[in-house]
Write a protein that binds this ligand. Structure first.
Ligand SMILES: C[S@@+](CC[C@H](N)C(=O)[O-])C[C@H]1O[C@@H](n2cnc3c(N)ncnc32)[C@H](O)[C@@H]1O
Length: 331
C-alpha cells in the first residue's frame, strides 16, 4: 500500500507537469482563410535581402553569402542532387519555391524558380517567376517535382503554400521539403546571442530558460503527446488533417540569427500527417507509429513525398475550398 502511495506521489506531479506542457505546446494556429496573407512586410524584407542593381556576384551580399554558407554547411546541393538522381528527375520539370540566390537552379533540365522577392531574379539564369508560395501562378499538375528549402517557416499561411505545392505537382510526382523545423520562439529577438544586459527581467528569464527549454528531456514531457493528440483528432475528424503550427513574430528589422525572420514554427510530423492523411506517401519517413513511439521520434531534416491524386484522396481534402485556389497560367 505504501508503495502505491509513493508511486502516486511521484507519478501524479510528473503527469500533471506533462499535461500542462502538452497544452502549452499544442499548436493552436492555423491559416487564416479566406484571403491571402499580407505580404507587404516580408516582401520588403526579402527585396532588401537580394537587393542590387545590375547583376553582381552573389557573394557580394551579406544575406546571400550567409544563406549560401548555411546551405553549404548543410550539404543542401548534395541532398537535392541525390533526390534528382534517385527519382530520375534530371530531365523532368521542376519548380523551386523560394529559390533565393539560386544555389539549386542547375540540377534539372527544366527548372523554374519562384520567389517572393523580385530582386532574387538577378541570381537566376533559368526561368523565374515572382510569386508567393501561397498563390503559385501555374496550372494543376504542371511539374514532375517541386522542392522548397528553408522557405515554409517564412510563410504566413503555410497550409495554403502546401496546398499550392501539392496542386502544381503531377499525380505521382515528388515534393521535397526542407524548412527549418520547430523554430524557437526566442529566435526573433536573438535571445541566444544577445547579452543579459539587453533585456528587462522578463527577457532575462526567457534567456535563462533557453538551455532547459531546448533540452531533449524537457521535450519528452510534451512533444510525442502533442503528436498523439494531433493524430487522434485527425482520425476522429474522418477527413484530411488541417495544418497546425505556432505563429511567431518575424523580425524584419534585425536579423539576429538564422530564422529571426521566421513566421511560423512547424513540426516535421505535423507536415507528414498533412500529406499522409491525403493519401500521399512520404518515401523517406519512418512508419507512422515510429514517429509516435519510436526511439528517435522519426526525426528527419528532409521530407520527400510522392503525391497521390486519386479521387479518394482528393475527396478527403475538405480543408481547402476550391474558391481559394489560385488561377494559374500556362508557362
Ligand atoms: C532563408 S531564404 C532561403 C532561400 C533559398 N531556398 C536557399 O536555400 O538559399 C527564404 C526564401 O524564401 C523566400 N520567401 C519568403 N516568403 C515567401 C513566400 N510567401 N513565397 C515565396 N517565397 C518566399 C524569400 O524571399 C527567401 O528567398
Amino acid at each position: 500500500m505504501i508503495e502505491i502511495v509513493i508511486l502516486a506521489a511521484i507519478l501524479l506531479p510528473v503527469l500533471a507537469f506533462s499535461a500542462i506542457l502538452t497544452s502549452m505546446h499544442y499548436p493552436l494556429h492555423k491559416d487564416v482563410l479566406p484571403g491571402l496573407p499580407d505580404l507587404k512586410a516580408p516582401r520588403r524584407f526579402y527585396e532588401g535581402a537580394y537587393r542590387g542593381g545590375p547583376p553582381v556576384p552573389a557573394e557580394d551580399d551579406d544575406y546571400v553569402s550567409s544563406a549560401r554558407e548555411h546551405g553549404r554547411k548543410a550539404g543542401i546541393v548534395k541532398t537535392v542532387e541525390t533526390f534528382v538522381k534517385e527519382y530520375d528527375l534530371t530531365t523532368a520539370s521542376a519548380l523551386e519555391v523560394g529559390c533565393g540566390s539560386g544555389l539549386l537552379q542547375d540540377l534539372t533540365d527544366q527548372y523554374v524558380g519562384v520567389d517572393l522577392s523580385l530582386s532574387a531574379h538577378r541570381f537566376i539564369r533559368r526561368p523565374f517567376v515572382q510569386a508567393s508560395a501561397t498563390q503559385l501562378p501555374f496550372p494543376d499538375g504542371a511539374f514532375d517535382a517541386v522542392w522548397s528549402i528553408w522557405v515554409l517557416e517564412h510563410v504566413t499561411n503555410p497550409e495554403q503554400a502546401l496546398h499550392e505545392i501539392r496542386r502544381v505537382v503531377k499525380d505521382g510526382g515528388y515534393v521535397l521539403l526542407r524548412p527549418a523545423w520547430d523554430v524557437d520562439s526566442w529566435a526573433s529577438k536573438g535571445y541566444e546571442v544577445r547579452p543579459y544586459s539587453d533585456f528587462g527581467w522578463k527577457g532575462k528569464l526567457i534567456k535563462a530558460s533557453i538551455p532547459v527549454r531546448s533540452s531533449r528531456w524537457y521535450k519528452l514531457f510534451y512533444a510525442r503527446q502533442v503528436r498523439i493528440l494531433r493524430t487522434l483528432f485527425t482520425v476522429l475528424s474522418g477527413s484530411a488533417s488541417e495544418l497546425r503550427y505556432k505563429r511567431l513574430e518575424p523580425n524584419y528589422s534585425k536579423f539576429w540569427v538564422t530564422d529571426s525572420d521566421a513566421a511560423v514554427s512547424l513540426d516535421f510530423y505535423e507536415v507528414f500527417l498533412w500529406f499522409h492523411s491525403r493519401g500521399d506517401e512520404c518515401v523517406n519517413c519512418p512508419r507512422q507509429k515510429d514517429f509516435l513511439f519510436g526511439g528517435t521520434g522519426g526525426r528527419r531534416e528532409t521530407m520527400i513525398v510522392r503525391v497521390n491524386k486519386s479521387e479518394r484522396s482528393e475527396s478527403r481534402d475538405m480543408s481547402f475550398p476550391p474558391r481559394h485556389r489560385a488561377t494559374g497560367f500556362a508557362i
